[in-house]
Ligand binder design. Structure first.
Ligand SMILES: C[S@@+](CC[C@H](N)C(=O)[O-])C[C@H]1O[C@@H](n2cnc3c(N)ncnc32)[C@H](O)[C@@H]1O
Length: 322
C-alpha cells in the first residue's frame, strides 16, 4: 500500500469525521491501519482513493457502515469489484445546500437583482439561496413561508445579518459531471454522500431536492475554466453577475486554480469563494488571523477579500471584525 493512502484516511478521521460521524471516524481510523484494504484502495487512481468516496460507494451499494469495522471490512473485501466500479464511476459530489447560510450575508449585501453562476455546482442545490429558510443562532427563522428546507447556522463575530433575501433573476451552473435532481440514481448518490449520523442533513438535502425539482437549474457540463466567461456573458442585463463556488477548487491543480483566479479578476460582477483557506493564495495572504489548523474549515471571501471562516457544511460562521 502507498503510505499516503493510510495517511489520507487518518487525516479524514481526525480532521473531518471526528465530532461529525462516529461511524466514519471508526471506519477511517481502522481502514488506515488495514494493509490489505489500503492496498486495494491504493491501486485506484489518486483522485479515487478518498474516504468519502469509498464510504459513499459502500452505502450506495447497500453495504454496512454502522455495524462496526469487521462487518464493513468483510463486506468490502467480498464485494470489492462492485465497490471499485462504483468508486471509478462516481465522484465525491457532495452537494450541501447548508453552505447557502454562509453565502447569504454576502449575497444579500450585493446590488440586486443577482444573476448567480455556480462553478462546480454538482446538482445545483446551492443555486437556490432565495428559496431556503434560515435560522442564525436564536434569531427568528426567515425565508419563504412553506420552504421545505431550513438551514441552521451558529455565528460568531459581527455577521452582517441579511435584512432581506437576495433577489435572484437568473441562475446557472457548470460541473464536470452535473447531477440531475430529477434522476433517482443521482439523488440516491447524493444521499449516500451524507454521513450516516447526520439525519438532519439528510432531511435538508431531501427538502432542497424538492425545491430544485420544482424548477430545475440550468447546468452545463464542462470545465469551469472553459465555461465561466461564457456563463457570465449570458447574465441578463441589469442583474449583478455573481460567480461563486464552495468545496471545488481543491479538485483542481494549482495552475488551473491560478488560471481561474486570473479570469475572475477580469470579469464583471462579483466573485464569492468558500474554499479551504490554503486554496487561493491571495485569500490566504489576506486572512486577518490564521485559520484553525486542526479541523477542516473554509475561508469565505468576496473578490479575494476574506470575510469569515465557515464550517464546511455551513453549520457555523465566524465573521472577522473590521
Ligand atoms: C464537493 S462538490 C461541491 C458541490 C457544490 N459546490 C456544493 O458546495 O455543494 C465539488 C464539485 O466540483 C466539481 N468539479 C471539480 N472540478 C471541476 C472543474 N474543473 N470544472 C467544473 N466542475 C468541477 C465536481 O464534479 C463536484 O460536483
Amino acid at each position: 500500500m502507498e503510505p499516503e493512502t493510510g495517511e489520507l484516511y487518518r487525516r479524514f478521521a481526525t480532521r473531518e469525521a471526528r465530532g461529525n460521524s462516529a461511524s466514519y471516524q471508526e471506519l477511517s481510523e481502522r481502514c488506515a491501519e488495514d494493509v490489505e484494504l489500503m492496498g486495494l484502495v491504493s491501486a485506484l487512481p489518486a483522485p479515487k482513493r478518498q474516504p468519502n468516496l469509498l464510504f459513499g460507494a459502500v452505502r450506495f451499494l447497500g453495504g454496512p457502515v454502522g455495524d462496526g469495522y469487521p462487518a464493513f471490512r468483510a463486506w468490502v473485501l467480498a464485494r470489492w469489484e462492485d465497490v471499485r466500479a462504483a468508486m471509478l464511476r462516481r465522484r465525491t459530489q457532495t452537494n450541501e445546500p447548508g453552505r447557502c447560510a454562509s453565502l447569504l450575508p454576502l449575497l444579500a449585501a450585493l446590488p440586486q437583482p443577482l444573476a448567480l453562476i455556480e462553478v462546480g455546482a454538482s446538482a445545483g442545490l446551492c443555486l437556490y439561496p432565495d428559496r431556503y429558510r434560515y435560522r442564525y443562532d436564536g434569531r427568528p427563522e426567515f425565508g419563504p413561508g412553506d420552504g421545505p428546507a431550513t438551514l441552521e447556522c451558529a455565528t460568531s463575530g459581527p455577521v452582517p445579518f441579511p435584512a432581506r433575501l437576495p433577489e435572484v433573476v437568473w441562475r446557472a451552473g457548470v460541473d464536470l459531471n452535473p447531477l440531475d435532481v430529477r434522476d433517482e440514481e443521482d439523488v440516491r448518490w447524493l444521499e449516500a454522500l451524507v454521513w450516516p449520523e447526520q439525519t438532519a442533513r439528510l432531511e435538508r438535502l431531501r427538502g432542497a431536492v424538492r425545491i430544485a425539482r420544482a424548477d430545475p437549474p440550468e447546468l452545463v457540463r464542462g470545465d469551469l475554466n472553459e465555461t465561466v466567461r461564457e456563463l457570465v456573458a449570458r447574465a441578463p442585463e441589469g442583474a449583478t453577475p455573481v460567480v461563486f463556488h464552495s468545496a471545488v477548487l481543491s479538485y483542481l491543480p494549482p495552475e488551473a486554480r491560478e488560471e481561474f483566479a486570473a479570469t475572475m479578476r477580469t470579469l464583471p460582477g462579483h466573485w464569492i469563494s468558500n474554499e479551504s483557506p490554503v486554496i487561493l493564495p491571495e485569500v490566504l495572504r489576506r486572512l486577518p488571523r490564521p485559520a484553525p489548523a486542526d479541523l477542516a474549515v473554509f475561508a469565505l471571501a468576496l473578490d479575494e477579500q476574506p470575510v469569515a471562516i465557515a464550517a464546511p457544511h455551513g453549520q457555523w460562521l465566524d465573521w472577522f471584525g473590521a
